[in-house]
Design a protein around this ligand. Structure first.
Ligand code: AGP
Length: 607
């Protein structure tokens, strides 16, 4: 996620802005920039890479007079991480500068419309559309405030924007819709930022902005407006007692917990611009012109491998493309039979996992088309793949992967719909239902997560004595069982095995006893009767069972954990955070280092 800070006050603005961006570095970024107004001139300085690159450029610029401005650290979603695409972006006359966090879904249409009016664009970003739109608004509305309101009304998608202009020195505007933005008010100075840490050393007095609100600050005043009507909105100032560390986690105790709770947003961001709820249209322009493979080989590691296993079921059901899913470290050394009209899908959050990258390179040598499914823009796998689909989950700080898997499942569902429609094998009704259900997931998850966490905490305490766990699941719950076991063992250090429930009698049943609990994914689907009979075998041997299921499902267990229903295979979306939260609460209860578990690295860049 990008980092934003706007400032207007009595201090030299640029040092305050740079320090604020430094406090937002934890959000991850690959380029940075500042904009400030002095002598009624708008200056914009940007640099790829880390803040020190930007500071080197600023050493050559006199910035001592400016007492208002803004800064941005960019987490690339559209366009590579380079100086051209770095924020702030400006209009053609360089009178207006904008920084942005989010995704403007209708930016292509806006660019066409503005281009027809003579606007020319120099970047690949969706953001650059905004200053040009505001400049167009200035012509019609006459002043920046009204021009901004006019422009915001035309944006579709998610945004947190901050705007400065040579038209109004000392004034900084901000507005938000679905992306975070918060205001800090001090003495003789005011701030607008993506997150509180950016200005915490200067003030703890905060005004939280809501979607659809527009804020105007200068050194001595602030005012919030309704962005649609431009009517003033009354807001209260809240005093924050967090320290910087807690603030960087958004008040959550750990990054992992924060990232679990970001999953509703992650689904929405991954769907943005790719599905249209009204028309049920599905699009993946990244794959335009690429032949749909006769056979797809998914190659990945760890959690990404589990996502691939889940995606196989959808790709074979909705798109009827035969799929194999392989652990990259096995795939790369067995001289796989891949060729003809096959393709490879390399799934990797970091885009740097050595074995997955090696599998990609092996296939490239053979001329097999490779698609990357990555989260980190510009990563090795993203760059070396023939095509790349970004999951747009934002940086995942915690070593244990949570929101990244949620975004991978979302992207795989979109891919299955996209190919199914293109191959003419997916009925319009199924596609419409799938799109509607996917679009309803953010609200479903938002509503479910708080209670899910409470139940996870209760159960974690109940089972905290366990030395080992068996996770069982069937069908699309089998990959989830593997993932649940991985999450538990990697952060709580409790041994856990994920198994296909139907495999229990082929060995693991020998382990069942009262000290060896079973975590059963017993969701109310067509395979539930089979899972129930597996659980009866566990109960007959006095094994304890924790069953993750749905209200009303006929499941008997020592502990029943009901989670919300979701349609068909999308039932994975409420189940996944439950598994993640159970592992999280267990690890936290046992006092483990949740975000940095022993022996683990966030990206395994060596074999
Ligand atoms: C999952 O919690 C682990 N951090 C690990 O299994 C991870 O999923 C695996 O190393 C693959 O990483 P990647 O997605 O960045 O390729």
């Amino acid at each position: 996620m990008c980092g934003i800070i706007g400032y207007s006050g009595h201090r030299p603005a640029v040092p305050v802005i740079i320090e604020g961006l430094r406090r937002l570095e934890y959000r991850g970024y690959d380029s940075a920039g500042v904009a400030f107004v002095q002598n009624r001139e708008l200056s914009i300085i940007r640099a790829p890479g880390k803040l020190r690159e930007l500071e080197k450029k600023l050493e050559c610029v006199n910035v001592s007079i400016a007492t208002s401005g803004m800064g941005h650290t960019r987490w690339a979603t559209h366009g590579l991480p380079n100086e051209t695409n770095a924020h702030p972006h400006r209009d053609g006359d360089q009178r207006i500068a904008v920084v942005h966090n989010g995704i403007i879904e209708n930016y292509l249409e806006l660019r066409e419309r503005l281009g027809a009016k003579g606007h020319t664009f120099v970047t690949q970003t969706d953001t650059e559309t905004i200053p040009h739109l505001i400049a167009e608004g200035l012509k019609e509305q006459g002043d920046l405030f009204h021009a901004l309101g006019w422009a915001l009304a035309q944006l579709e998608g998610a945004y947190a924007v901050v705007v400065v202009s040579a038209e109004e020195p000392g004034v900084v505007y901000g507005a938000r819709k679905s992306s975070p933005l918060v205001m800090g008010t001090g003495t003789g100075e005011n701030f607008i930022a993506s997150d509180i840490p950016a200005f915490l050393p200067y003030t703890r007095d905060v005004v939280f902005l809501e979607d659809g609100e527009l804020v105007r600050i200068d050194a001595n005043s602030w005012q919030v407006f309704d962005a649609a009507t431009l009517a003033p909105v009354k807001k209260t100032v809240q005093h924050i007692s967090w320290d910087v560390q807690a603030a960087q986690k958004g008040g959550f105790k750990h990054f992992m917990l924060k990232e679990i709770f970001e999953q509703p947003r992650v689904v929405a961001d991954c769907l943005a611009g790719r599905v249209d709820r009204c028309s049920s249209a599905v699009r993946l322009p990244e794959l335009d012109g690429m032949a749909i493979p006769e056979r797809l080989h998914i190659v990945a590691c760890g959690t990404s491998f589990h996502a691939g296993l889940w995606g196989k079921l959808l790709l074979e059901t909705w798109a009827q493309v035969p799929v194999s899913v392989e652990i990259a470290s096995e795939f790369r050394y067995r001289s796989p039979l891949v060729g003809g009209r096959d393709a490879v899908l390399a799934i990797s959050q970091s885009g740097e996992t050595a074995d997955t990258l090696a599998g990609l390179r092996l296939m490239k040598e053979r001329g097999v088309p490779v698609i990357g499914l990555c989260n980190v823009v510009g990563s090795s796998i993203a760059r070396e793949a023939d095509r790349v689909v970004y999951t747009q989950a934002g940086p995942e700080i915690s070593v244990a992967s949570t929101k990244a898997m949620c975004s991978q499942l979302t992207a795989l569902a979109v891919l299955a719909l996209h190919w199914g429609e293109a191959r003419g094998v997916l009925g319009a009704e199924t596609r419409a239902r799938a799109v509607a259900e996917l679009c309803s997931l953010p609200d479903l998850l938002d509503g479910a997560l708080p209670a899910m966490r409470e139940r996870a905490a209760e159960l974690a305490r109940e089972y905290s004595e366990a030395a080992s766990f068996l996770y069982l699941g069937r069908g699309h719950c089998y990959p989830l069982a593997l993932e649940g076991a991985l999450k538990l063992k990697e952060i709580s250090y409790i041994h856990a095995e994920g198994y296909a429930a139907g495999e229990m009698k082929h060995g693991p049943i020998a382990l069942i006893d009262p000290r060896f609990p079973t975590f059963a994914l017993a969701l109310d689907d067509e395979l539930l009767p089979k899972v129930v009979s597996n659980l009866q075998e566990v109960q007959a041997r006095h094994g304890r069972i924790l069953a993750l299921t749905n209200e009303g499902a006929r499941v008997t267990a020592d502990d029943v954990w009901n989670i919300p229903r979701a349609w068909g295979p999308l039932a994975a979306f409420p189940a996944l955070p439950a598994l993640q939260l159970f592992a999280y609460e267990m690890a936290d209860y046992l006092g483990k280092d949740v975000d940095q578990p022993r022996n683990l690295a966030k990206s395994v860049t060596v074999e």
